[in-house]
Design a protein around this ligand. Structure first.
Ligand code: NDP
Length: 286
């Protein structure tokens, strides 16, 4: 028999997680604050617990997927978690993960970051970061593989959230640029769909190809003469992005900080370097 699991939280994501466990043949106990949520899980054989304590007691592996960190603490307040492995997939910060790990010191605590939307759970493109005690991760690796490709990133419970937040930050930065581009294009009533398919996606895909070089510079230092598009050139052209946006009636609020950072890098003598230098300026901000 496959390992019994419990899922706490049956929102869009928690219900998808429970469904993936059931599809993989795990006896699955479910609990949600508001009773009766995700009724389709009952037909799939899920066992609905009457209380959160009963749900935690039902399985050695307890997956938690609630709205935010505070809701995890509220839901599990006073519940005996000793002897359980708690896998908290609720979105949060590294600091919250470390504090929650201390709060659940009686259990084995793994924190996680889901890199998928609910429809992707159980499919090949989804992955989930995990951090915390490696032995606990290895013990439950097979069961967790039913949800998504598991990526263990270290013993510090805050690391999964750090990886998760890093990828989400990259996504929002990328979408910010794309949304600005679409505002420019639609300001002239140019169809967004054709522009996106013919130009925006191919352009972003090609430009993402420069990321490994930036990463290599961060890891190993710049190779002599490697920079083909130095910062001084980019900073000089950047004013055109702001001026064109203003002339089209598009707010450049999402673009301005990038230009400010490039100009600072040039003013501090880094004009002949690549974008790795802006990463270093950001890292030294605190
Ligand atoms: P939903 O809003 O669909 O569900 C929220 C869940 O949290 C519900 O089960 C809700 O219960 C529960 N909840 C809220 N407050 C409390 C509380 N005080 N006590 C107990 N339970 C509570 O969110 P999702 O399922 O989409 O997201 C869940 C987590 O997964 C979030 O941290 C989210 O950031 C993360 N995530 C979501 C993704 C997505 O695309 N949906 C992608 C990646 C991560 P009730 O039904 O009673 O309100």
């Amino acid at each position: 028999m496959k390992q019994p699991v419990t899922v706490l939280g049956l929102g869009a994501m928690g219900a998808a997680l429970a469904r993936a466990f059931l599809d993989a043949g795990h006896p699955t106990t479910i609990w949600n604050r508001t009773p009766g949520r995700a009724p389709e899980l009952d037909q799939l054989g899920a066992v609905r617990a009457d209380s959160v304590g009963q749900a935690v007691a039902a399985s050695p592996l307890v997956v938690v997927c609630l709205l935010v960190d505070a809701t995890v603490h509220q839901a599990l307040d006073g519940v005996d978690v000793r002897g359980r492995t708690i896998v908290n997939l609720t979105n949060g910060t590294p600091e919250q993960a470390r504090a929650t790990a201390e709060r659940f010191a009686g259990a084995r605590y793994l924190d996680g970051g889901i890199m998928a939307v609910p429809e992707m759970i159980g499919g090949p493109a989804a992955f989930i970061f995990y951090s915390g005690p490696e032995a606990a991760f290895e013990e439950h690796r097979d069961a967790l593989s039913a949800l998504a490709r598991p990526a263990y990133v270290g013993a510090d419970p805050g690391l999964a959230a750090l990886y998760d937040i890093a990828l989400l930050s990259a996504m929002y930065g990328m979408f910010g640029g794309a949304e600005h581009a679409l505002a420019l294009i639609t300001s002239e009533r140019i169809p967004a769909s054709a522009f996106t398919a013919d130009f925006l996606l191919p352009w972003l895909t090609a430009m993402l190809g420069s990321l490994p070089q930036i990463a290599d510079t961060l890891d190993n230092g710049a190779a002599p003469g490697a920079a083909g598009s130095n910062l001084a050139m980019q900073a000089a052209a950047y004013d055109n992005l702001i001026d064109a946006a203003l002339a089209q009636g598009v707010d450049p609020m999402l673009l301005r900080p990038m230009g400010d950072l490039m100009k600072r890098a040039v003013a501090e003598g880094h004009g002949d370097e690549d974008s790795a230098v802006t990463v270093r300026l950001l890292s030294s901000a605190s």
